[in-house]
Write a protein that binds this ligand. Structure first.
Ligand SMILES: CC(C)(COP(=O)(O)OP(=O)(O)OC[C@H]1O[C@@H](n2cnc3c(N)ncnc32)[C@H](O)[C@@H]1OP(=O)(O)O)[C@@H](O)C(=O)NCCC(=O)NCCS
Length: 139
């Protein structure tokens, strides 16, 4: 049976192993141990893992800035996909966001990740193609 619980920094190694084995997730310096530690501290109990026994088979990072929610790295191990884990994980995030009055969440999807785009659409997310992301290095 799959169990869900908030992600702890001790889950980093298992989560990273899952992320690097899946296509479609853009990994960067924001995924270092130190960076994930900061993220989890800043957003306590918003991010979740799905466990099959001792093995992390699903993750989602979640946070908010007081205005909108943001999800990152929704990921489900290949042999556990299409069994409801991805949907359960983002719903857990929505429960946490709703508790603090956040009414909308965004995600960033790599433009050629057709599987994820179809997943999000199937689950009620809107593709807002009139918006683009712009980014700049702070340092
Ligand atoms: C995207 C991903 C997280 C989906 O996880 P999942 O656990 O397989 O999805 P679920 O089983 O929870 O699916 C929930 C619903 O979406 C549907 N769904 C799942 N993948 C779908 C797809 N590619 N296209 C259309 N519908 C899809 C399911 O059929 C299910 O529908 P239902 O509620 O009517 O039964 C998984 O494919 C994954 O880890 N992909 C690689 C990493 C990635 O790209 N993550 C997204 C980054 S933005």
């Amino acid at each position: 049976m799959i169990k869900y619980r908030p992600m702890k920094i001790e889950d980093y190694e298992g989560s990273y192993a899952l992320w690097k084995n899946l296509e479609g997730l853009g990994l960067s310096s924001a995924d270092s141990f130190e960076a994930i530690n900061v993220f989890l501290d800043r957003n306590p109990a918003y991010s979740h893992v799905a466990m099959d026994g001792d093995v992390i088979v699903g993750t989602v990072l979640c946070g908010h800035d007081g205005r909108r929610g943001y999800l990152h790295h929704l990921a489900v191990a290949k042999n556990h996909q299409k069994s409801g884990i991805g949907k359960n994980l983002f719903k857990l995030c929505f429960e946490k966001l709703a508790e603090v009055g956040i009414k909308k969440s965004h995600i960033f999807v790599v433009a050629d990740n057709e599987n994820a785009i179809q997943f999000w659409k199937k689950n009620g997310w809107e593709h807002r193609d009139y918006l683009i992301i712009m980014s700049k290095q702070v340092e």
